[in-house]
Every structure is written in C-alpha cells, then in structure tokens.
Design a protein around this ligand. Structure first.
Ligand code: GUN
Ligand code: ZN
Length: 455
C-alpha cells in the first residue's frame, strides 16, 4: 500500500519548473492571462505541509534548515483534482460494447453488488486511492456504492493517506437490482451517520450522492434535497450526481418526471442545485439549463473520455463559458478509460476539435487544478502553488519515450521561437502525450507518497 515516505518534521524545498494559475485563462487562442510559469524555482514547503513561497534558483539557495530535493528540468504542478470518478468501477474499466444504460446493467451494477462486503470495499478503496496518486491526482470527488461501508472505507483510506476526499454513500431506491437498492429512511440514516462521523474531519467532506434521477424516487430526491438544506452554506455538504449524459437516459427521465421542464429541473425542484453541487456530463442541456447552473452555482464535471467511450455525446464547453457556469474535469472511470487526467484532458481537446473549437492547454489545465478547486469552494486549500495552500503536488517528466522526447526537443529548440506562444506549444505537446509514465513523484501535504511511481 502507498504510504507517506516519512513524517516530515523539517521544511522542504523542491527545485523544478513551477506551473499554476492565478486567474481563469481565456478560451480560444492561448494568451498568458492567468498563467504563472516559474522556470527553475525552489518551491518552499513548511513543516505543516503548506506552501510557504517560491524563489528563483538563480538567485536563492535554501538554508540548512531546508531539506532540498533538486528536480531541475522537471515540471511541478498542483496535484490534479478528479471531480467525478467511481472507485468500485476500476473492476469494469474497459468493458466492451455498450452505451450507458446497457453498460450499467451488464457490467457496473454486478460489480457494485460485490461491495456489500466491507473487506472487499476496504481493499478496493486502498487500491483506488493508490491508483489516483500513481496518476498525479491528489484530490477527488468519488462515487462508492450504495453500501455505507464502501463510503466508510474510502474515508478511512483517504485519512491514512492525508488526501482531500469528497464522497458519500450512493442513493438508489429504484430501477436497480437486488442488493443495490436502499430505501428513503435507511438512506437518510446512513447519510446522517456519515456526515456526523466524517464531514469536516481532517480533509474529508461528505456529498449527498444521488446516482441519477432514474434510480431515486421523488421521495428520495426530496430527502436528499432536505439533507443539502440542513447541512448547507460554507463548509456544508456537497451534492454529486449525473445529468443529461445519454439520449436514452434523458428520455427515460422525461417519462419518469413529466412535470419537470428538463432533466436538470428534476434536481432543481428537489433542492439539489447549489454551490457545492457537482453534476457529471451535462451534454444534453439547453440554454435555460445552463443559466440555471450559473444561477445556482452548481457546476459540470466534464468527462470526455467516458463520453467518447460510451458514445454519449460531445460536451458544449464554449456554451458553458458563454453562459458563465463552472466546468471541471473528471475521468469518470469506469465509463472513462483512464485515471490519467492528462489523457482525459487530451480527450477533452479531441471532443472540442470534433465540435470545431480547439481547447487550449491553459483552459484545460486550469479546469483540472485551480478551476476545480474553486468550483468546489476549496481554492484556499488545493489547486494552486499559492502560499498557504496545501503542498499537494505532482512532479512530471516533460517527456517519456523517444517520440515525446523528440517533440519536446523541437518545442524547446531553435524552432520554438517561431511559435506565437512557445510555452503553450511545449505544454500542449506535453499534455497531449503525457500519461502516468511521465509522473516522477506525488506529494500530499508535502509528503512524498512512496510507491506512486515505483520510487
Ligand atoms: N449514470 C448513472 N450511473 C452512472 C455511472 O456509474 N456511470 C456513468 N458514466 N453514468 C451513470
Ligand atoms: Zn459517473
């Protein structure tokens, strides 16, 4: 199991090329707005695991009270934030031949049934969080299963690793097989117990976790909305669900809730849309829905790899920008085919290419770091290299393998000056070609997570 390499008592200084964001970058042609690139700097980390500052290596040498790790020539980013991913679905990643509803029935529900066993849930939670760290992801908003023990297992495993985690037992009281259904009263009791035990404890937070409108009765949705209301405001509970992913699903929801204006409106009527609401997909939304997201502060966890793999559709990111609602990035494993956020962002580029608008690397990386943190109300803690933020970090090789090495050499060589935005050209090539093999190290609260990369 991946453990912190040691409990650090000293201050740590990491030397690398530092990249993060101070504001939301512009859509379209890349500019440097909001981009903070500090080549060859020392990132200074206090003994409590928080970032103290950064200094240029050419002009500064950390004193003897700093433990130094020299990774010059490597790229240091805030750890990625995966805002929608299913821990138990590592068991069904890359399952053949089905679109959403058939995929759930054929592969996913049978796999999730097995998580009724607390020992299996504990093993699965540990494997899953170690896998996130091995992909440079240090924080996540996670679906377990309907079983309370599966959420407990994730909280326990995240606490052991010191990771920032948002999760909650999945609510589903209809249209699911035996062993995966709860009921309103039991679900409420489980949610309340999880909130009392885990919400705000360490770096854990609870989410009212509605699987999707299909698998909850109106009574259960109302109960979930009442929970959001009871534990609302700053430091309140999150809400996570799926919305408007697949056309057959959208049609089913319309039949189940004929009184609602739209799929999103089902959640709105139940009181589930608020500033801590994370809704995966949002492909089949209209302008009214997008305005509702903006006005309630809810945001979309865009899951491009899943949307391509399950043939769900192409997310309209420019419409989200024009409307002004939040967008973060998610792997949605096991609908998604990788826990790598770089691969996922490369897929996001391809989705927008199919829609006719290129996604630039700055918008993409911002959505997976600072943008996600802010959408979750956690901008003070994660997603940036600001002083005071937790030192949740991923250190990357600029290139891995001969093709990427050649491409990076071109991007940094004599021809680089010809590019309008040479840094963007280099980072875009890195983002498009990189995966977990590029990861050199992962840090959580300034502690090296041994084993993340076989170190
Ligand atoms: N909609 C309801 N459940 C799921 C799930 O597990 N994965 C995806 N991609 N969509 C869903
Ligand atoms: Zn999902």
């Amino acid at each position: 199991m991946m453990r912190p390499a040691m409990t650090r008592t000293s201050q740590l200084a990491l030397r690398a090329d530092l990249l993060d964001f101070t504001a939301a970058p512009h859509w379209g042609s890349p500019t440097m707005h909001g981009v903070r690139f500090r080549p060859d700097h020392w990132l200074l980390i206090d003994a409590d695991g928080r970032i103290a500052g950064a200094e240029p290596a050419a002009q500064f040498t950390p004193g003897p009270d700093w433990q130094q790790q020299d990774h010059r020539g490597q790229l240091l980013l805030p750890g990625f934030i995966d805002t929608h991913v299913h821990a138990p679905q590592m068991d069904v990643i890359a399952s053949w031949g089905a679109s959403l509803l058939e995929w759930l029935e054929t592969y996913t529900f049978p796999a999730e049934q097995r998580y009724a066993d607390p020992a299996l849930a504990a093993e699965g939670a540990a494997r899953f969080l170690d896998a996130l760290l091995a992909h440079g992801t240090t924080a996540a908003v996670v679906f377990p299963t309907v079983h309370r023990a599966s959420a407990e297992a994730l909280f326990e495993a995240a606490t052991q690793r010191g990771m920032r985690l948002v999760t909650g037992k999945v609510l589903m009281d209809r249209h699911a097989p035996e062993g995966l259904r709860d009921d309103v009263a039991g679900a409420q009791a489980d949610c309340e117990a999880l909130i009392q035990r885990w919400h705000g404890r360490g770096r854990n937070a609870c989410a009212v976790t509605v699987r999707f409108a299909v698998t909850s009765t109106p009574e259960q949705l109302a109960m979930a909305g009442a929970l959001c209301q009871r534990y609302s405001g700053k430091g309140g509970v999150y809400m996570q669900t799926h919305v408007a992913e697949n056309r057959d699903e959208v049609a089913w929801v319309a039949r189940l809730f004929p009184e609602a204006r739209s799929y999103l409106d089902v959640y709105h009527r139940a009181g589930l849309l608020h500033e801590r609401a994370v809704l995966a997909h949002g492909i089949w939304l209209d302008a009214h829905d997008r305005a509702l997201l903006r006005d309630t502060g809810a945001h979309i966890a865009h899951s491009p790899s899943s949307n391509l793999f399950l043939g769900s559709g192409l997310f309209d990111w420019p419409a989200a920008i024009d409307t002004g609602h939040g967008v973060s990035i998610a792997t949605d494993v096991g609908g998604g085919t990788s826990l790598s956020m770089t691969r996922t962002l490369a897929d996001a580029y391809k989705v927008q290419a199919l829609r006719g608008t290129p996604l630039n690397a700055w918008v993409a990386l911002h959505a997976a770091t600072r943008g996600a943190a802010q959408a979750l109300g956690l901008g003070h803690e994660i997603g940036s290299l600001e002083p005071g933020a937790m030192a949740d970090l991923a250190l990357w090789h600029w290139a891995q393998g001969p093709v990427a090495a050649h491409r990076d050499a071109v991007a940094t060589g004599a021809a680089a000056g010809l590019a309008a935005q040479p840094l963007h050209a280099r980072v875009f090539a890195w983002l498009t070609l990189a995966d977990e093999r590029n990861l050199a190290a992962t840090y959580v609260a300034g502690r090296l997570m041994k084993g993340a990369t076989g170190m």
